[in-house]
Design a binder for this molecule. Structure first.
Ligand code: FES
Length: 178
């Protein structure tokens, strides 16, 4: 993975996490909601180990279960994320409709090095300037729309190289926060 401006850090806003846990505990889907809010609050939009351990201790939810949730949902990340996120589905339906070509196009357009075949299947890589993170996902659950790409949390179905390049060209290129 390339080095990127968003740096790995174990720091987090403990008061914010305490507030979110207090608000959500006892509600249906509490853990998902807590993890989502905490990740959104993190400067580089990811969940460092220290915050997962803290949530486990405060909620009495086993750390292994929390890791299970974080690694199951494509929404969560254990690595610092760029300001923009691009996620390309590599599930069977999308693969048969050309998602590998879309992935190669995205990598080339973003200036990311091509990996080995295995690396291309489960990818999370951030551009050297820290602006964009490109990831793959096993399935968005929107197979009828294959091939599917998510750009900054918006799902695009029936994607082709031209429409993908258009979305990549519209990504936020503004200054990064210090
Ligand atoms: S395989 Fe791509 S959305 Fe299901």
């Amino acid at each position: 993975m390339q080095s990127a401006v968003p740096q790995r850090s174990q720091t987090f806003d403990q008061a914010f996490v305490d507030t979110i846990i207090a608000e959500r505990t006892g509600r249906p889907g509490a853990l998902l909601g807590i993890l989502q809010k905490v990740q959104e609050h993190q400067p580089a939009q990811y969940l460092p180990t220290a915050v997962l351990e803290y949530i486990a201790a405060k909620t009495a939810i086993p750390l292994s279960r929390i890791y299970g949730v974080v690694t199951f949902y494509a929404l969560f990340s254990l690595e610092p994320q760029g300001r923009n996120s691009v996620c390309i589905c590599r599930g069977t339906a999308c693969h048969t409709r050309g998602s590998r070509d879309l992935l190669e196009t995205a990598m080339m357009s973003l200036g990311l090095a091509q990996g080995q075949d295995g690396e291309m299947e489960a990818l999370s890589v951030t551009t050297a300037d820290g602006r964009t993170t490109l990831r793959t996902v096993a399935c968005f659950g929107q197979c009828a729309l294959a091939p599917v790409v998510e750009v900054n949390h918006t799902i695009f179905g029936h994607m082709n190289e031209r429409s993908l390049l258009k979305e990549l060209g519209a990504l936020d290129q503004g200054d990064l926060l210090p």
